[in-house]
Design a protein around this ligand. Structure first.
Ligand code: M6R
Length: 615
């Protein structure tokens, strides 16, 4: 987590650093800082809290005559959020600064050694160790000193280094934390993520693990950290533009991204399906996953964290039925430490919006070591997970900035829906008629979402007014909508800090029903599908115990209206397999409006960061 930026060029550096940090603030926001070279000396401004605090401190400095600098927005790992712990960190001389994203795992032993050698530490961070370590190896050559220092470091890093004595270059390096470089004819940029570069360039180069780069005004030179061997890499052109990473008049990124879902879902299946014929084509996975490999598969493992894991849980229901293979859906943080029974007959599908989640990446690597073919579902083109997969199905959701994942989730489900049909098609499990039916149902989704958004939003506002003071919520669903209950609960807890639990409704009698009382709303997902009657019974049971039910069910469902005090109407699709798309969006809006009513910071909830690049 944490966002880092760096610039070397001809423009005033501070507005560029600040703008870049704003675009990365979703990665961490407990403190921030910048450093720049001006008239041969290094300047540094840091503070605790959000970027607005830093912007206030920099007010009036926009035009300082400097065109090289680095910046950081922090998500604390070592040392509490404070000015002293904010990056950039310096060495003892104060002439070298470092910004860092990642964790230096051997920081305590390195720190002790360096202190014994006389280095004076001013913060509690692991990052400061890097500054002193580079200082230890400094012999007039910044690049070599960084190289030597990094050879001693265990753990993960994406870093930017600036040294007063070499005023025309920035040094960057990466291991297990994302870092992207950009350039124009006479400028060089570094950043943790693409949105920071979009206002300036769409031609980017992703650093790989174990690589470092020297950025100057007219070139970027990449080499291996260990051997110094030069690496030649062409730029990749990103199709996103800067406005896609802005709020476009919405009050929050999260709201904008909720409203973008019809388009995100459509973009994800477009070009991959022909509903009239009943055909799915996924050219992007054919190299890594040939029809022969697909036919020989014995099992499928879906691997992810958080919301992406919920998308995997939904996909299990589709894959089991359409592909006819056993499916495991694992939390990546658990998978990576299990005794894995995975081999070349097991397809691994990591799911990740960012493509940089540390646990998902580690799980992917373990699966690959065991010869499993790996096809990822990812939103960020060129991210580490995509680079290490045998193939990727990109969700074309556009940049997701709100920390709470919304459009990434629905577009992940769209990608998984299409993938499941593709696998079923290749394995001969689905007839053309089946495929036509399932694809047409998916094609209906964007319009159904579009038509529902405004009314769901209005209903969410009303319900939020009534319920925002509650301290606990229960979300229940069955079968393919059980993961939607989990996702609804996660959305509420992460942005409103209200305790919320998602449960399989059938589990109610095994414990959670004891919680039911007048003060705890139960959000029940009750579409008219094959478990409708069962869900109605669960709702009845809550009512009988004087519980309050907010039910989501189809328009005009009188049976449901009789048992639930509050109803959110959702249209009936032609196939219940697309219900997860339709029932997700009202729950996102409910969480959003409740968080707003509570006065929470919706886009940057406390303690969270968008991209979890450390374990
Ligand atoms: O980038 P990823 O999809 O790998 O991220 C996974 C989770 O960190 C993410 O979904 C997280 O749970 C979100 N805060 C959920 O809204």
């Amino acid at each position: 987590m944490c966002g880092i930026v760096g610039y070397v060029g001809y423009r005033h550096v501070l507005p560029i650093l600040l703008d870049g940090l704003r675009r990365l603030e979703y990665r961490g926001y407990d403190s921030a800082g910048v450093a720049w070279l001006q008239d041969g000396s290094l300047h540094r401004v840091r503070c605790e809290g959000k970027l607005d605090n830093l912007a206030r401190l920099l007010n009036g400095l926009q035009d300082v005559p400097s065109s090289i600098g680095i910046g950081h927005t922090r998500w604390a790992t070592h040392g509490e959020p404070s000015e002293a712990n904010a990056h950039p960190h310096t060495d003892c001389t104060g002439s070298l600064v470092v910004v860092h994203n990642g964790i230096i795992e051997n920081c305590y032993s390195l720190r002790r050694q360096l202190q014994r050698e006389g280095h004076i530490f001013k913060s509690e961070t692991d990052t400061e160790v890097l500054a002193h370590l580079i200082e230890r190896y400094m012999d007039g050559d910044l690049v070599q000193a960084v190289r030597d220092a990094l050879m001693e470091v265990e753990g993960s890093f994406a870093l930017g280094v600036l040294w007063q004595q070499d005023p025309d270059i920035l040094v960057a390096a990466r291991r297990q934390s994302p870092l992207v470089l950009g350039s124009t004819e006479d400028e060089g940029f570094l950043a943790s993520d693409i949105p920071a570069l979009l206002p300036y360039t769409r031609d980017v180069v992703f650093l790989d693990d174990g690589e470092m780069a020297v950025l100057s005004r007219d070139r970027i030179e990449i080499s291996r950290i260990d051997s110094g061997r030069t690496i030649i890499k062409g730029p990749q052109t990103i199709s996103w533009d800067a406005s896609m990473a802005e709020k476009a008049g919405y009050r929050h990124f999260m709201l904008k991204e909720i409203y973008e879902q019809p388009q995100a879902v459509l973009n994800t299946y477009r070009g991959r399906i022909v509903p009239d014929i009943g055909e799915v084509s996924l050219a992007e996975v054919e190299i890594g996953l040939s029809p022969q490999v697909i036919r020989g598969l014995k099992r499928i493992v879906l691997l992810a964290c958080g919301t992406s894991w919920h998308a995997g849980l939904v996909a299990r229901y589709w894959i089991e039925r359409w592909v006819g293979l056993p499916v495991e859906v694992d939390l990546a943080s658990e998978f990576r430490y299990r005794h894995l029974l995975v081999d070349k007959t097991v397809l691994t599908i990591p799911i990740s919006q960012s493509g940089e989640t540390a646990d998902t990446l580690a799980g992917l690597r373990k699966a690959k070591e065991l010869a499993s073919p790996v096809i990822s579902i990812c939103n960020v083109v060129g991210s580490t997970i995509t680079r290490e997969s045998d193939g990727t199905i990109y969700t074309h959701a556009g940049p997701e900035i709100g920390v709470a994942s919304t459009k990434a989730f629905t577009s992940q489900m769209a990608a998984l829906y299409v993938l499941a049909l593709y696998l079923g098609q290749i394995r001969g499990r689905l007839s053309r008629t089946d495929l036509r039916g399932k694809l047409s149902a998916l094609v209906d989704v964007p319009e159904m979402l579009e038509n529902g958004l405004e009314s769901w939003h209005e209903r969410a506002k009303e319900l939020a007014d009534t319920f925002y003071t509650c301290s606990d919520f229960l979300y229940i669903g069955r079968n393919i909508n059980f993961p939607i209950a989990l996702e609804g609960a996660l959305k509420l807890k992460e942005i409103s800090y209200i305790h919320a639990e998602g449960y399989a409704a059938g589990e109610m009698k095994h414990g959670p029903i004891a919680l039911i009382d007048r003060d705890m709303p139960v959000v029940a997902i009750v579409p008219q599908d094959h478990v409708y009657e069962k869900m109605l019974s669960n709702v009845e049971e809550v009512r009988t115990r004087r519980g309050i039910v907010i039910a989501l069910g189809i328009d005009g469902d009188r049976g449901l209206a009789r048992v639930a005090q509050h109803v959110i109407s959702v249209p009936q699709p032609r196939d219940p397999d697309v219900n997860p798309f339709l029932y997700t969006v009202p729950l996102q809006l409910l969480a959003y409006e409740i968080a707003l009513a509570k006065g929470c910071d919706v886009d940057q909830p406390r303690n969270l960061a968008k991209s979890v690049t450390v374990e």
